[in-house]
Design a protein around this ligand. Structure first.
Ligand SMILES: Cc1cc2nc3c(=O)[nH]c(=O)nc-3n(C[C@H](O)[C@H](O)[C@H](O)COP(=O)(O)OP(=O)(O)OC[C@H]3O[C@@H](n4cnc5c(N)ncnc54)[C@H](O)[C@@H]3O)c2cc1C
Length: 433
């Protein structure tokens, strides 16, 4: 039996590797249109910044490694152009036909252009692939640009702002909506904008960019533009094959990550996933999700029967030393989903003052009707990851706020305060409910 995987990064290589574990006899072929597989796109901003010195440091494994160590064949420079499921064949762009018994689509996502004219000018960059990063890095070294405009205040946009500023550029961030990080949370946007301002970055919200000129965007002069207006799933290959897409435009899958075509699975940024809070399909393109989905899709393609539990959209990033962790729903999102959402926000020290504890802000969101915790945001310079992960765990367990408030969290002065900020926030939320 032959498994073909289209796409050789997080979801694709996880799928291939897991399938190999489940079935040592399976014939596995990965088709990747680029010339690199298995690299950490999440490290690209740090390569631009300079903390990661070589692009090669981001490559986890080579095609050679997969062939030798895992008996997985990888073909780079192989673009899948069409899936003909009736014949169980993938057609490559050069016309070659590749037969399969099972197929995993892991084609990822691309940066949308946001319909902006001039998006292909030579000083306009995206930061999605290793090739994008190399091009930007070379431009920085060779052209020594002085002023950058970043379009899009999602996590890729914000990490790019940080990286470009640390390269000495003056940076202006333009965002079409009133919110940063695509979270309808005015407090978070206010806090982040003020933080960016402290590091010399001007943030302009509600600015819809129509076109990019060679020397400016609107009235902002610049010699470099980083375009990050959001991700679009690479899901077009599904259409002709009769594979359904969801409302988000990403490929629809069931909880076994199988599409509407038997034996054809999809995972990672090209596919929808299930939101554990709403119980509805959602499009949340993240590396952690892609790896997990890839494992399940690979297991099932190799004959397993595993279910994907879904995600809460938990993510974390660092912008000029400020950690921002988010999980679940914001108040606005929760209201749109039909919850009677209520939120509490507190600021507290993460450790005692005598241990150098800095302030952290915690926001918790809950449903007044059921008492269920729906989401949270943690921002601060210390210990953000641990705390957002506790909230994410509670969401996965469908915890009530009063249960959350009784959690037995660890305390010793080098690590925490006797009342952890999460518990203080939960208590505040209970009062408001
Ligand atoms: C700058 C940046 C920072 C990020 N930081 C984080 C982070 O901190 N945390 C986090 O969780 N996530 C982060 N992410 C997101 C994460 O990198 C992605 O979610 C993850 O890479 C998705 O993996 P994937 O395998 O689904 O898709 P991709 O990584 O996009 O891989 C898809 C592959 O499929 C190939 N392909 C596409 N079409 C075809 C075709 N027709 N034929 C053959 N091959 C094809 C592509 O060339 C590509 O190599 C970041 C992403 C970026 C860009």
């Amino acid at each position: 039996m032959r498994l073909v995987v289209i796409g050789g990064v997080a979801a694709g290589m996880s799928a291939a590797s897991r399938a190999r574990k489940i079935d040592p006899g399976l014939d596995i072929l990965v088709l990747e249109k680029g010339d690199t597989v298995s690299y950490g796109a999440c490290g690209l901003p740090y390569f631009i910044e300079g903390r990661v010195r070589e692009a090669a440091d981001l490559i986890v494994h080579t095609p050679e490694f997969f062939r030798k160590e895992r008996n997985i064949a990888v073909r780079t420079g192989a673009t899948a152009a069409q899936i003909v499921h009736a014949r169980r064949e993938v057609t490559l762009s050069n016309g070659e036909r590749i037969p399969y018994d099972r197929l995993v689509i892991a084609t990822g996502a691309r940066a949308g252009s946001g319909g902006i004219a001039g998006a292909d000018l030579p000083h306009v960059f995206r930061l999605i692939t290793l090739a994008d990063a190399m091009r930007l890095k070379n431009y920085l070294a060779e052209r020594n640009p002085r002023r950058a405009v970043v379009i899009g205040g999602g996590f890729i946009g914000l990490e790019s702002v940080d990286a470009l500023r640390r390269n000495g550029l003056a940076v202006t961030l333009l965002q079409d909506s009133q919110y940063l990080l695509r979270r309808e949370d005015p407090e978070l946007t206010k806090l982040l904008s003020a933080h960016l301002h402290r590091f010399g970055v001007e943030t302009r919200l509600g600015v819809r960019v129509e076109s990019i000129e060679p020397d400016r965007v609107g009235d902002t002069r610049c010699d470099l533009v980083l375009l990050a207006p959001g991700l679009k799933p690479n899901a077009e290959i599904a259409d002709e094959a009769g594979i359904q897409r969801g409302r988000s435009g990403a490929i629809q899958v069931n909880d076994r990550l199988e599409t509407n075509l038997g034996g054809v699975y999809a995972a990672g940024d090209c596919a929808e996933t299930m939101h554990v809070v709403t119980g509805r399909p959602a499009y949340i393109p993240l590396g952690t999700t892609a790896n997990k989905m890839g494992r399940i899709a690979g297991a099932n393609a190799a004959g397993g029967r595993e279910r994907f539990a879904g995600v809460a959209g938990t993510c974390i990033l660092s912008v000029f030393g400020l950690g921002i962790g988010m999980t679940g729903l914001s108040v606005e999102q929760a209201r749109r989903e039909g919850f009677s959402a209520v939120a509490a926000r507190i600021e507290a020290r993460v450790r005692p003052r005598y241990f150098g504890g800095k302030p952290v802000t915690v926001e918790l969101v809950a449903d007044r009707a059921t008492g269920r915790l729906l989401g949270g945001v943690v921002t601060g310079e210390q210990d953000v990851a641990g705390r957002i992960n506790v909230i994410a765990t509670a969401l996965g367990a469908r915890m009530q706020v009063d249960e959350f408030e009784r959690l037995d969290l660890a305390y010793a002065p080098p690590f925490s305060t006797v009342w952890d900020p999460l518990l203080i926030a939960a208590r505040q939320l209970l009062r408001q409910m």
